[in-house]
Design a protein around this ligand. Structure first.
Ligand code: HEM
Ligand SMILES: *[C@@H]1O[C@H](CO)[C@@H](O)[C@H](O)[C@H]1NC(C)=O
Ligand SMILES: CC(=O)N[C@H]1CO[C@H](CO)[C@@H](O)[C@@H]1O
Length: 324
């Protein structure tokens, strides 16, 4: 009896200790930095008024940060040796405006609340703010992340999805981050804004298979448009809109494009051509409310991936450098 009671007490203590671990809260900074959300929103809006790229760049930066070492701003670190996360091959195309947005927002936050708010949380807030600025849905962002102490280019390969991926490969890499196929399809809707360089999909235009140079799942007119914008051996710096219909609006037109054969990457188009994911694409294409709800839920889940809380990590002062 005595042994059982002792065991029970130990179990309860263990559960209480575990409870707060890895947990985020919407009101985490309400005492320590009450104006946080409006400061970040102001900086993001100012940056957006200078360039539209602020929107896709910040959204994609959040995704890449979360999938490598968790959402801990590890992607922000600039190493003098060129061996940090942002220096990896897969990160070569991260637009500088996303980094700049976080750096500027952090500077403004430090003026009012020095040493209190993590860069990881500022990036999570910025990702929400840019979706809203592009006409997408809004949501409450969970906060309390700490900034990571590891940022290595060698940790990137294999942790980010590739544009050539099929459904199983996409599901596998998202599942490792606690995200379902449904979440993955919703998050892919981020490709409703932003740009891609020609080399990320050129194989679908010029060297698809031995029987067909052009990917037969591409709408033929869209394929012609893409070949005009991206001739073979085009300047590698050329990038085109990923959503050819409403490129600057955060909406569900991305899914309507998939239905009409206008998915830019194999990883986009496969969501419609694979019968396991097609029903969800059809649903999001015709019900913007369903897409918005699924996107919000998936962004909140994405924001919990591998987070450091409590005394883990640090609150970085300069988002691009570890404190010591
Ligand atoms: C499902 C698997 C995914 C694959 C294979 C993928 C792949 C890519 C590729 C190849 C590009 C073009 C990069 C370039 O050439 O500059 C891109 C752009 C982009 N991706 Fe994804 N992505 C995926 C999921 C996501 C998710 C989950 C998000 C965010 C929630 C996201 C947000 C973006 C944005 C906003 C851009 C445009 C970036 C810009 O214009 O600067 N992607 N993605
Ligand atoms: C996935 O969820 C489990 C259970 O909540 C958690 O222990 C694990 O750390 C999560 N994985 C990631 C990558 O966040
Ligand atoms: C946006 C960004 O910082 N991109 C970097 C990716 O990696 C290359 C190679 O190290 C850097 O030159 C880029 O600045």
């Amino acid at each position: 009896m005595d042994v059982m009671r002792r065991g029970l007490i130990l179990l309860m203590v263990f559960m209480i200790l575990q409870r707060g671990k890895g947990q985020l809260f919407e009101n985490f900074y309400s005492d320590k930095c009450p104006n946080l959300e409006s400061i970040v929103k102001q900086e993001v809006s100012t940056k957006f008024s200078q360039t539209f790229v602020t929107i896709p760049a910040t959204l994609r930066l959040f995704f890449h940060d979360c999938f490598v070492e968790g959402c801990d701003a590890s992607v922000m670190i600039a190493s003098p040796n060129g061996d940090a996360e942002k220096d990896a091959q897969d990160n070569l195309s991260l637009a500088g405006d996303g980094f700049d947005t976080v750096i500027k927002a952090k500077l403004a936050v430090e003026q009012q609340c020095p040493g209190v708010v993590s860069c990881a949380d500022i990036l999570a807030l910025g990702a929400r703010d840019v979706v809203v600025l592009a006409g997408g849905p809004s949501w409450e962002v969970e906060l309390g992340r700490r900034d990571g102490l590891v940022s290595q280019a060698s940790r990137v390969a294999g942790n980010l999805p590739e544009p050539e991926f099929n459904l199983v490969q996409l599901n596998t890499i998202f599942a490792r981050n606690n995200l379902t196929q449904f979440d993955m399809i919703a998050l892919s809707g981020a490709h409703t804004v932003g740009f891609s360089h020609c080399n990320r999909f050129a194989n679908r235009l010029y060297s698809f298979s031995s029987s067909s140079a052009i990917d037969p799942t591409l709408d033929p007119n869209y394929a012609q448009q893409l070949m005009q914008a991206c001739p073979q051996n085009v300047d590698p710096s050329i990038a085109i809109n990923m959503d050819p219909v409403t490129p600057q609006t955060f909406d569900n037109v991305y899914y309507q494009n998939l239905v009409s054969g206008k998915g830019l990457f194999t990883s986009d188009q496969v969501l419609f051509t694979d019968s396991a994911s097609e029903p969800t694409v059809n649903d999001f294409a015709s019900n913007p409310g369903n897409f918005n709800g699924a996107f919000i839920s998936a962004m909140r889940k994405l924001g919990r991936v591998g987070v450091k809380t409590g005394n883990e990590g640090e609150i970085r002062i300069d988002c691009t450098k570890f404190n010591s």
